[in-house]
Design a protein around this ligand. Sequence first.
Ligand code: 5AD
Ligand code: SF4
Length: 470
Amino acid sequence: MANNFKISESEIQTQCEYMKRVAAIVSPFSPKAHIRTYGCQQNEADSERIAGMAAEMGYTLTENVEEADLIIVNTCAVREHAELKALSVTGQFKHLKEKKKSLVIGMCGCMVSQEHRKEDIKQKYPYVDFSFGTSMLYRFPEILYTCLTKNKRAFYLDTASSGNIAEGLPVVRGSAFKAWVSVMYGCNNFCTYCVVPYVRGRERSREKEKILREVSSLAASGYREITLLGQNVNSYGKDLYGDSYDFADLLSDVCKIDGEFMVRFMTSHPKDASKKLIDTMAENDKVAKQFHLPLQSGSNKILKAMNRVYTKEKYLELVEYMRRKMPDISITTDIIVGFPGESEEDFLETLDALEKVRYDNIFSFLYSPRKGTPAAGMENTVPSDVKNERFERMLKLQNEISNGKNQAYVNTVQRVLVEGRSKTDTTRLTGRNEKNRLIHFEGDDSLIGNMADILVERADTYALYGKLVK
Ligand code: 5AD
Ligand code: SF4
């Protein structure tokens, strides 16, 4: 099957030329770049490419926005709250521009991939120099060059080549031991509440050889954890290989790569999560026994209105199959509370699903209407006090479940990947086990990036606490 999504090598070469031109302009001033990222792992992965290109153009990355010569805000649009956050943070950069006229401020990501937001920024944020949509990421060098040389503001949504895949861009990874690897971009599902298909375009897969090469090189450089990313990884390959090579095949090939690393993946749509994929997980030690399977709602009526294309019963069957194949698998989910038309009975169906599945963790969200999505025009909206009350009830139930699950770890030894110092208590290190459980313990910095065995001594709703065994 033909893949017409690939950006040609000559287009990437053109961007490499722009990188050199920008470097020639800015390098003498030892410039610094600050990248602020909101939203999901896909955005994190995109920011690593932006950082890679910035580094190639002579910028040193800085955490300190005050000293930056270039600021990039990578935005999210999935809920209104995320958009307001990005807007308010960008607003705070105005005074930096007043102090330093040469400061360049750019925005990218899902929020500015929407026409109305792009226009908002252009009109109301005169100190923002440029913005570009998600599919224009590879043209960042050209956009920055134009901004620096023409002294002109520029706001791009898309081009004729929109939705393409750019291979071979430089990357600066945020971690030396955990890496994101995008396997596909975009989404075709059009869940009625979701803005993603509008801002990230149609599904398109990376060629398997490119993915396997990237993972091999990460494994050879000592990466311990590799997360395969896509909005709906289970659709991987359909556009490139039809039915002859799917995500389960890719996962299996990734596991054949030499090295001591663990593989995770996200996100899976329940309508496409196949038994073949679950079997592949069960058969491969390298795959973490953890599955993120967004339920969104436990009510069949709401699932239908959301265009999720599965029922609660089908979902529970899938969970049952997973647990049969991998009895200790950790399952997490996303839930939206207060979708239009959600009655008390519908909500009770969601609570019932939580009780039946007993998730290790849930990510719960108040429904947020997104401009341009079908749900934004639906009637029967749920009043915010009702939404909030349901949200609290759901959290209370899940906290009890999570706490019970965490207590079961007490007096067991857990192998963790040590991630760094705890943000709340720097005397402690934090790590995550295969199930992605957070574990705090005392130890020295030399452990960071390595595996360690921890005896769990106590647990609460959110984390485990223990001591180093080895
Ligand atoms: N309102 C609330 N939550 C949303 N999500 C996606 N769109 C919305 C919305 N409009 C949630 C879904 C999805 C997660 C990434 O964000 O639960 O799985
Ligand atoms: Fe959004 Fe649904 Fe696609 Fe997930 S599967 S990105 S929720 S449209």
